[in-house]
Design a protein around this ligand. Sequence first.
Ligand code: AMP
Length: 266
Amino acid sequence: MSDGTDTPAGLVRAAISAGLDVVAITDHDSTGGWQEALEEAEGTGLTVVPGIELSTQLDFASVHILGYLVDPADRALVDEMARTREERLGRSEAMVRRIAADYDLDWDDVLAQTAPGATVGRPHIADALVAKGIVPDRSAAFQGILHWRGGYYRPHRAPLPVDGVRLIREAGGVPVMAHPGARGPDRLFDDARIRALVDAGLAGLEIDHRDNPPAARERWSGIARRYGLITTGSSDYHGDGKPNRLGEHTTAAEQYQRILELARSS
Ligand code: AMP
């Protein structure tokens, strides 16, 4: 329901084919895919862990917080996700206006790549650029026109990471920072900011992820040990939207158990 190219049911079938026994579905700022995924998994032996990937913002950086097992009806969380989806829409339109000054692309091209109700983001603009033959694939779009230094990038408003973490906790969920090493050598999170996140209720860190280079995994694993945080591994599979393959990284059974034990809702 955000930027993966499989349907929620298709994701569940792909997870079964990949031989997984547990899979999480975590769309950006949306729980809209849960029901279809849970229904598809029923009776198959595959466990679906419903979650979200909440957009937050710190300085100029976009920080994604996974929220496993949140209450999908929690009012504050529902409102915040709706606000962010709205902000993402305006921001995507602003980016397309900038791109349209140099390339043959308009907003209708992006809408043509966007499922009704989906959380709109750069991947949809990328798909429109591909459909128009401007770039060969999503990755090329992200490396060029859509890169945050590509000249067309616009940020979108989102809550602070500490507020996102609190929101997920208050909705009964388990907040895990997504791919913390993907931003490169990290001056964003110094010790004080990490402590503030832990104090707000951060429960875990997504360590085993293809975008976390070895040095970052080492740093963030040390942080997990220091604060007793859960560590996870995830594929961040997006269907054909990214090269990531389902199950290329997995979460250890005992870490998964800790997530289940912390969850207060779904
Ligand atoms: P946005 O949140 O709109 O700024 O876009 C970020 C989304 O784009 C995330 O879901 C990323 O997984 C996805 N993304 C980032 N880099 C790439 C890439 N190189 N190829 C495809 N998708 C990407």
